[in-house]
Design a protein around this ligand. Structure first.
Ligand SMILES: Cc1ncc(C[n+]2csc(CCOP(=O)(O)OP(=O)(O)O)c2C)c(N)n1
Ligand code: SF4
Length: 350
């Protein structure tokens, strides 16, 4: 089988403010199984970056190992990319971000990559509020190694061969809120209407933005009895709010007459408009957000949408008071200020 993407595109494809059509934000043809949820998320990322008028060369895509971690090959072909080691994407992202703060960092991971081997790195990158989007394509199994249960598989969930998971699941969104993540959202690969605005809002957030996307594995975990199958997720999705992301300098066109509307201002002046469905939930209140997630877990529902956000936040660079210029733009004299400065520094530490 050959994987050659046809180059023909409709001549009237719309362009964004930079003059690019959406295909400029696509990548190579996917080699994932037909129907894999991950492909829908890749398409949503391409569409979100197109709509945000992002220059692809300003994005750095980082991933670990897994079917999910392969996806950066399938979107943003004109961006920087680093496919790292299983569970180690956060440390690569931290190093790259500290060296060059001018890029937009987009980390893609799987539930195996994040909730097992990468758990240590995941919790610490949250604590540090690294300015990045961290997106987990969550299918409740290790797709690449043939479908073993992952740590996000729900207790009682059945795999393809009928065996039942005995263990408690790790809820990544709850954990992220608990650890102080400043933007936490949850969505479904089959719901582009919700996923694209969430990706756009996350890309515009000035700190750590986490999106847990339920993304069914059609080959190993899409059977009756699985709580990560397309049918189960469609039947058990509960949405916090209908949302729209309005970039700065764009008129707010959405019609919000019904229900209660929350307009959250981002640091750059853009807005997230939320039409609340659950009146008891407040996206700016950590306790209320945690309560809403736990209540939905008790009901075996999957709460989707923007769960929690701190609009104005200090990222790792602000906390460490690093140079406001990327290291590759600093001249040699500033990068290496010389022996006398080093000696003064050493003396101050003695
Ligand atoms: C250090 C190390 N341990 C184990 C593996 C084997 N391995 C590759 S991918 C993977 C899990 C993939 O699951 P997940 O992150 O959920 O991604 P998915 O394939 O489901 O998208 C494992 C255990 C590996 N590549 N490296
Ligand atoms: S094995 Fe599962 S996760 Fe991997 S590509 Fe196929 S459907 Fe997707």
């Amino acid at each position: 089988m050959t994987y050659v993407r046809p180059t023909f595109r409709h001549p009237a494809l719309p362009t964004n403010d930079l003059g690019y059509t959406v295909d400029y934000y696509e990548g190579s043809l996917s080699t994932l199984c037909a129907g894999c949820g991950h492909d829908g998320i890749s398409a949503a990322i391409a569409q979100g970056c197109f709509e945000l008028n992002i220059e692809p060369h300003r994005v750095a895509k980082l991933s670990g190992i897994g079917c999910s971690s392969k996806t950066p090959a399938y979107f943003l072909a004109n961006s920087h990319g680093f496919n790292s080691v299983h569970g180690r994407m956060p440390s690569v992202a931290t190093g790259a971000n500290l060296a060059n703060r001018d890029l937009l960092y987009l980390g893609v991971s799987g539930d195996g990559d994040t909730a097992s081997i990468g758990m240590g790195q995941f919790v610490h990158v949250i604590r540090r509020n690294l300015n990045m989007v961290y997106l987990v394509m969550n299918n409740g199994c290790y797709g690449l190694t043939k479908g073993q249960d992952s740590a996000t598989a729900d207790p009682g969930s059945k795999n393809k061969h009928g065996s039942v998971n005995l263990f408690e699941s790790i809820d990544l969104a709850s954990l992220a809120i608990e650890l102080g993540a400043t933007f936490v959202a949850q969505s479904f690969s089959g719901d582009k209407g919700q996923l694209i605005p969430l990706i756009k809002a996350a890309m515009s957030h000035p700190g750590f933005a986490f999106i847990n996307v339920i993304s069914p594995c059609v080959t190993f975990n899409n059977n009756p009895g699985s709580t990560k199958s397309y049918d189960y997720v469609r039947e058990h999705m509960e949405t916090t709010a209908l949302m729209d992301f309005v970039p700065i300098a764009r008129e707010i066109k959405a019609d919000y007459q019904e229900g209660s509307v929350e307009n959250l201002k981002m640091h750059d002046g853009s807005t997230i408009s939320l039409r609340k469905l659950d009146q008891s939930w407040d996206p700016l209140d950590r306790i209320s957000a945690m309560n809403a997630v736990q209540q939905s877990r008790i009901k075996s529902e999957i709460l989707t949408g923007l769960l929690y956000m701190v609009p104005d936040t200090a990222d790792l660079h602000a906390m460490l008071q690093t140079s406001d210029r990327s290291l590759n733009s600093l001249p040699q004299a500033e990068l290496c200020p010389g022996l006398a400065v080093l000696e003064t520094l050493n003396t101050s530490l003695r």
